[in-house]
Design a protein. Structure first.
Length: 624
């Protein structure tokens, strides 16, 4: 949630700040702002609304400077107003600060600062941090040794930051510029991502790597409790509670084409159409026909250790949780090991009985989802191994997990996840094959699974060919305000995911259910204005789902059916059909997800919704 950018170097700061903020729009926001330093003056420009409004304000009143910060805010404390937007000022325009995360004890700190004579202009927790930092800076300046100022000009800033951070309870990604130190940006993080881009005589600050693509291919990931002192030519990293720490410079894997529209009207549509390639990338180098299994390089556990696992816990949020449900069916079918799929936000506060040989998989696109991170940390604290399935290299969850698997799906800019979901399902299928072959799955059965997986990219391509049919169907039903999504077995999670996509980007109420559960309550919602989307490819429960479709039709409900080619039975019942290729049961959710994504997309476009930046949502949820 929210987005931070910063620049220090020879260029005009606002050039990068505005471009960088646009790259971070996908994270979700409702206001934005920048602060720049120029000739001893601290200029702050803030607006509620979209970045275009901020850019227009800067055009009317330019803010020159070679050092600056930018921010997109997703409101938590106080409404989305110009005043509540970041950056926030500390003291008498002594510093400007931007912040991601939530400070849980800000009211207590605020009261103490009021007693010290500080006044507050906003209702945000962030202004409290800015004023607290000013207070601690003044305290440090009173006792600063002048000799130290010569040998270490930024020591007083480090000490003030340490004193400030030690009082904060909650999550933060912070970046600060100081009026009297115009050649430095100080940054810090705890449970909210922050990275530093390494340029030639310039450095960049960002919440993730997307604003850096095309500017630099080198990046430093800040870890929790670290403070960075960044000048145009140097980076120094210190621990919040100790001394200097070494930092590694990594290479950015993304290229500029992955964060640009490339001729598509929206990132979501672009990412839907990238899925044949992202599915292929998720499998690349991971299939071993000679042993009829899959191979991974980052699990960091031996086959003996993995064979001893007697229970899997998959934890995730949102779309990743739906992928976990697909993985539950796969792992139980292939490996014959019990699987539990937990909402991360619930698991972190529960105390479930876990056997010594329980293995946790944290599933996440961003690798920064605070609930998933907290759940993983809690399970690790109890001594269990925790692995990650993640898309973002160098993310917090990827770094803190005992091992893991990257999706290699490339940056996902649209808030509504599409290609990450199908890539997660592919990786879970590979894991199911791997654990199945460790146990009882035969060589021939393993080869059949590989055959199905290798055929997937072409089958996803065929599913994309439904785009025109889906657009036509979307036009027919875009005026409806309620939808039901129904499927069974592997396609029950697909129904949940289809309903979520529609809710996220079109703001239409939609519910996903196992098709047989529909008659236990939800059927009361059925009328001629409530379409039911049935996922009914041929498989083990095909006839049962046909009967559920008949129950909807008997009550006058419109039926949209996702079927296999040549399926006359389902086509006779449904009002509208979408044809997807016939595949094995375990990969059906990957293929059927495509028309469900397209249906949500086209309905949202027809309703005039902001597809890539839906209201109230954020791509990376880093607050509880």
């Amino acid at each position: 949630m929210c987005g931070i950018v910063g620049y220090i170097g020879p260029g005009e700061a606002t050039d990068f700040l505005i471009e960088g903020l646009r790259r971070l729009e996908y994270r979700g926001y409702d206001s934005s702002g920048v602060a720049t330093l120029h000739e001893g003056n601290l200029a702050v420009t803030k607006t509620a609304g979209r970045i275009d409004q901020l850019a227009a304000a800067l055009k009317q009143r330019p803010a020159p400077g070679h050092v600056g910060l930018g921010h997109t805010r997703w409101a938590t404390h106080g409404p989305a107003t110009d005043a509540n937007a970041h950056p926030h000022i500390g003291g008498q325009r002594v510093l400007a600060l931007v912040h991601n995360g939530v400070i849980e004890n800000f009211r207590i700190i605020k009261q103490k600062l009021v007693e010290e004579g500080y006044n507050f202009a906003t209702s945000t927790d962030t202004e409290v941090v800015a004023q607290l930092l000013d207070y601690e800076l003044q305290q440090c300046l009173e006792v600063e040794d002048p000799d130290t100022r010569v040998t270490d000009p930024y020591n007083v800033l480090v000490q003030a930051m340490r004193a400030t951070l030690s009082q904060l309870r909650g999550a933060y990604g912070l970046a600060v510029v100081f009026r009297d130190w115009p050649d430095v940006i100080v940054a810090a993080r705890l449970a909210s991502p922050l990275v530093i881009g390494v340029g030639d005589g310039e450095h960049f600050i960002a919440s993730d790597q997307s604003p850096l693509v095309g500017r630099t291919d080198k990046i430093v990931f800040l870890a929790d409790h670290e403070v960075a002192i960044v000048t145009a030519n140097s980076i120094r990293v210190v621990d919040r509670d100790a001394g200097d720490v070494s930092h590694d410079v990594k290479l950015i894997e993304a290229d500029e084409s992955q964060v640009e529209l490339g001729g598509y009207p929206h990132f979501m549509l672009k990412e839907i159409f990238e899925q044949p390639e992202t599915v292929r990338n998720a499998m690349r180098g991971r299939l071993d026909r000679d042993a009829a299994t899959s191979v991974f390089g980052g699990l960091n556990l031996s086959p003996r250790q993995l064979r001893s696992v007697d229970r899997f816990v998959l934890t995730a949020c949102g779309t990743s949780w739906h992928a976990g449900l697909v993985g539950e069916y796969m792992l139980e079918a292939f490996a014959r090991v019990p699987v539990e799929v937990e909402y991360a936000s619930e698991l972190r506060y529960r105390n479930p009985p876990l056997t010594p040989d329980t293995l946790l998989f944290a599933i996440t696109q961003s690798g920064e989802t605070i609930d998933t991170l907290a759940a993983m940390r809690e399970v690790k604290r109890k001594g269990h191994q925790a692995l990650s399935i993640c898309n973002v290299v160098g993310s917090t969850i990827a770094r803190e997990a005992d091992g893991g698997i990257y999706l290699h799906a490339g940056p996902e800019i649209g808030v509504a996840s599409t290609k990450a979901f199908t890539s997660q399902c592919v990786v879970l299928a590979l894991l199911a094959l791997y654990f199945g072959r460790l146990r009882h799955l035969s060589f021939e059965a393993g080869l059949r699974v590989i055959d199905e997986l290798e055929a997937l990219p072409d089958q996803v391509e065929q599913a994309l060919a439904t785009n025109n049919d889906v657009r036509r169907i979307a036009g027919k039903y875009s005026g409806c305000d309620n939808f039901l999504y129904l499927g069974r077995q592997y396609n029950f999670p697909a129904a949940l995911e289809g309903a979520l996509k529609l809710k996220e980007i079109s703001y239409i109420h939609a519910e996903g259910y196992p098709a047989a559960e529909m008659k236990h309550g939800p059927i009361a919602l059925v009328d001629d204005q409530t379409p039911s989307v049935f996922i009914v490819p041929r498989g083990g429960v095909y006839e049962k789902v046909l009967a559920n479709m008949e129950e909807i039709k008997a009550r006058g409900g419109p039926v949209i059916a996702i079927v296999n080619p040549g399926d006359n039975e389902a086509s006779e019942i449904a009002d509208d059909v979408i044809h997807v290729p016939m595949v094995a049961d375990f990969v059906q959710p990957i293929v059927t997800a495509v028309p469900l994504q397209l249906l949500a997309y086209h309905i949202a476009v027809l309703r005039g919704c902001d597809v890539d930046k839906p209201r109230n949502l954020a791509k990376s949820v880093t607050v509880e």
